[in-house]
Design a protein around this ligand. Structure first.
Ligand SMILES: *Cc1c(COP(=O)(O)O)cnc(C)c1O
Length: 395
């Protein structure tokens, strides 16, 4: 294929060359096991500590509160299972939302099969939870509230500080899956009263298979992975040193450029959104139009169209996009996020997520605005759903 326009940065990013460069010596030169006592091991131990300090600073935590994991899903699993099992004497009730990533959703289902009760908060049509509903859902059995920072499909950023304040007042722990948000928007675990926070390096130009869980000092949590004494006894397994170094470097770079990156992407995003509205009739933007939308997120539904067909035709024009979550894109189920936001089944099926990032340019946006309207028209011309819609008249 001659042209590739990658618009799936919310699924994963490339690794920045500076990050790869920082990682390389930790494969060949500094390979010592950090638990060993000779000097090449001290070098690797120090490198991990430095990376931990960067990650801690990025969210205003102490370095002793950051634990490296094997990615975002592991951090989410650990937060939920670790808190549930360590605090089950206090209660068995967990509150989350209907729009979480599968890592939270499936872990909650697992916990429900193991005696925990889960409340799923609803969201409004833009994907925001209702703070009153949250307050009313908390009982004396509630041990944990888990609400994602920013949604991976529609980019909605929750009122995290307000949620944190409610949890603090009601004395329940607050976890947030910040995998989409970390390195892209402002996070402060103190100001926002966050007790646990998940992140993953490959969503901010770091390597895949490495992430971290922030656990506030004093929070009682069980291990997810038992074994050796790594990560201060809380997460066994010989450290993935190069990846941990890469995560630190990537986050350092992301923070350095956060303001200008966010402004640039917001402009590109809005140009793409405005262009789609202008060129495609009956296009529905999913998520918020305000400033509580992730800078790089565009998500539309097109009445009369199947998301999968759209993706295949876009791919044949070199455009990499997604219907929502990467995990769902092998399946034909409509998005649980869009259904929770009140979209009817047929519209939830026809969604398209275009997520912009570091490599995205004005030309990419222009190219999509040239190609997408033609593809949507072509698919609609052969769609019985679209024919029905036109017969029913303007809705
Ligand atoms: C990508 C993602 C995850 C999973 O992270 P992995 O590193 O792929 O395990 C979890 N939550 C959200 C919101 C994500 O976007």
């Amino acid at each position: 294929m001659e042209k590739t326009v990658y618009l799936d940065y919310a699924a994963t990013t490339f690794v920045k060359p500076e990050v790869v460069e920082a990682m390389m010596p930790y494969y060949t030169k500094y390979f010592g096991n950090p638990s060993s006592l000779y000097s090449i091991a001290r070098d690797t131990k120090n490198a991990i500590d430095e990376s931990r300090a960067v990650v801690a600073k990025a969210i205003n935590a102490d370095r002793s509160e950051v634990y490296f994991t094997g990615g975002g899903c592991e951090a989410d699993n650990w937060a939920l299972k670790g808190i549930a099992f360590a605090n089950k004497n206090k209660g068995n009730h967990i509150i989350t939302t209907k729009i979480e990533h599968h890592a939270i959703e499936e872990t909650c289902k697992f916990l429900a099969r193991n005696g925990f009760e889960i409340t799923y908060l609803s969201v409004d049509e833009e994907g925001f939870i209702n703070l009153e509903e949250l307050k009313n859902a908390i009982t004396d059995k509630t041990i944990l509230v888990s609400v994602m920072f920013a949604n991976n499909e529609v980019g909605t950023i929750q009122p995290i500080k307000e949620i944190g304040a409610i949890c603090k007042e009601k004395k329940v722990l607050f976890h947030t899956d910040a995998v989409q948000a970390t390195g892209h928007v402002h996070i402060d675990v103190k100001e926002m009263n966050i007790d646990l926070l998940s992140m993953a390096a490959h969503k901010f130009y770091g390597p895949k298979g490495v992430g971290a869980l922030y656990i506030r000092k004093g929070v009682k949590i069980d291990n997810l992975i038992h074994g050796g004494g790594q990560e201060r006894g809380k997460r066994a397994s010989t450290e993935n040193i190069a990846s941990i170094v890469g995560m630190g470097k990537a986050l350092e770079l992301a923070l350095e450029h956060m303001k200008e990156d966010s402004e640039r992407l917001t402009k590109l995003r809005d140009k793409l959104i405005d262009g789609i509205f202008e060129k495609i009739p009956y296009a529905k933007l999913n998520g918020s139009r305000g400033d509580k939308r992730m800078p790089g997120n565009v998500n539309f539904s097109f009445i009369g169209i199947e998301g999968e067909a759209l993706l295949l035709l876009l791919d044949s024009e070199g455009i990499c996009a997604s219907t929502g979550s990467a995990c769902a894109s092998g399946s034909l189920d409509p998005s649980h996020v869009l259904l929770a936001m009140g979209l009817p089944h047929e519209t939830a099926h026809g969604s398209l997520r275009l997520s912009l990032g570091e490599g995205s340019t004005e030309e990419d946006v222009d190219y999509v605005l040239e190609v997408l309207p033609k593809i949507v028209k072509r698919l609609r011309d052969m769609s019985p759903l679209w024919e029905d819609f036109l017969k029913r008249g303007d809705k």
